[in-house]
Design a protein around this ligand. Sequence first.
Ligand SMILES: NC(=O)c1ccc[n+]([C@@H]2O[C@H](COP(=O)([O-])OP(=O)(O)OC[C@H]3O[C@@H](n4cnc5c(N)ncnc54)[C@H](O)[C@@H]3O)[C@@H](O)[C@H]2O)c1
Ligand SMILES: *[C@@H]1O[C@H](CO)[C@@H](O)[C@H](O)[C@H]1NC(C)=O
Ligand SMILES: *[C@@H]1O[C@H](CO)[C@@H](O)[C@H](O)[C@H]1NC(C)=O
Length: 436
Amino acid sequence: MEKSLYVHRYRWPFAISKLALWSLIFIALIIFLFFHSPSSSYSYRSRRLTSNWGGPDWEKRVQRSARGRFHTGSHGHLSVLVTGAAGFVGTHVSVALKGRGDGVVGLDNFNEYYDPSLKRARQKLLDRNGVFVVEGDINDSNLLHKLFDVVPFTHVMHLAAQAGVRYAMKNPSSYVHSNIAGLVNVLEVCKSANPQPAIVWASSSSVYGLNSKVPFSEKDRTDQPASLYAATKKAGEEIAHTYNHIYGLSITGLRFFTVYGPWGRPDMAYFFFTKDILKGKAITIFEGPNHASVARDFTYIDDIVNGCLGALDTAGKSTGSGGKKKGAAQLRVFNLGNTSPVRVSQLVSILEKLLMVKAKKIVLPMPRNGDVLFTHANISSAQRELGYKPTTDLQTGLKKFVRWFSINCLRESRSFAISASDAGVRSVMLISKENG
Ligand SMILES: NC(=O)c1ccc[n+]([C@@H]2O[C@H](COP(=O)([O-])OP(=O)(O)OC[C@H]3O[C@@H](n4cnc5c(N)ncnc54)[C@H](O)[C@@H]3O)[C@@H](O)[C@H]2O)c1
Ligand SMILES: *[C@@H]1O[C@H](CO)[C@@H](O)[C@H](O)[C@H]1NC(C)=O
Ligand SMILES: *[C@@H]1O[C@H](CO)[C@@H](O)[C@H](O)[C@H]1NC(C)=O
């Protein structure tokens, strides 16, 4: 560097006109490329300048992550783009796919809806398992087109979304951005990919809304959403129909019922109840009219993962190419629940036993902010078509969650009373205390 500067300075008087001419040509070329590049719009350029994707090294990492291990089975290996991979469900699904030999590339924007350090910790776990997570937004069509240029994905597991029911009153546009615009962008890119991938995506039990017929079956009405979140998921199901109908995309929607477990979401009740009970902070339990209890069909993450893999493995091929449909393609929707709703008061008493701490409870009437009174899945359709069979009850699943929580989340606040019913939990709590 220093040397070349010196050389230039030394030769300056002799080469002035030549240098000026070359500089001019060079600057003109840069200006030309900047303003006249046919493939790049302004937003594309500005995003490329600030984003951390692209380049040969990045492409190599993507391709390496997308490579499957050879394995014998009923199918060759899949090559799956998992959106929302640094999320709760996305992490588990990605690890499971990679673990059985499929190729997986993650995509996540690491937004701050809840503590992004948890997403980063999941990213580390994924990295250790050979899954690369691309950092970017599902509404960025340049990024998605690029990913399909680099890897001919056979499947897209679309899990990225703005989740949460109550947050929709605070930040409605985030739901439109991810669950509507983002979904349409994913489907647009999938439809023009060649070959088109098959798509499995996360809808939600919340589409049943104010439906009171139990258990919820896929054929029941879903036109009374109780929250903007539910409405965007319902809209997603209709949008999926359109892309299946016009472009021959194979699309499977999965209506998850209250998923919980290790690496879970801190905005969900089982998670913050655990945290608050341990802190000795009062928890609020909502009840319906006439003291009706609120109940949820809590579904353990491993069961959900099996349902997701079952959906990917049974997904038919998309039939279109070059944006044109060649024939009818598969369009499915399934409930993935546990089929045994549990009252929230029961959830709390299981946690009290596992944590060996009595909860301070405040019981309040449920505000009308998006939550429904109960959910209960009829899973006979998923059972038949996907071989889906949940095996984990709430007691068993929460025990695994509490064990994970005690290892990974206790260090944040070490003033907790260290106490647990289970010797294993007690010892890991002590270990994590000592190490922390
Ligand atoms: N967990 C449940 O109980 C439950 C129930 C029903 C439906 N679902 C659905 O399942 C899916 C996964 O849920 P989860 O519990 O893992 O939630 P999560 O919030 O942990 O995961 C979603 C991930 O997507 C990412 N993301 C959000 N918007 C994005 C965007 N525009 N571009 C790129 N990445 C983006 C987030 O950063 C996050 O890591 C979601 O679609 C959710 O709506 C979850
Ligand atoms: C999504 O991307 C499109 C195209 O780049 C852009 O016009 C739109 O504003 C974005 N939508 C949202 C809600 O962010
Ligand atoms: C569950 O759904 C199936 C259709 O998939 C239906 O035949 C069955 O009657 C439903 N069961 C109940 C208890 O509603």
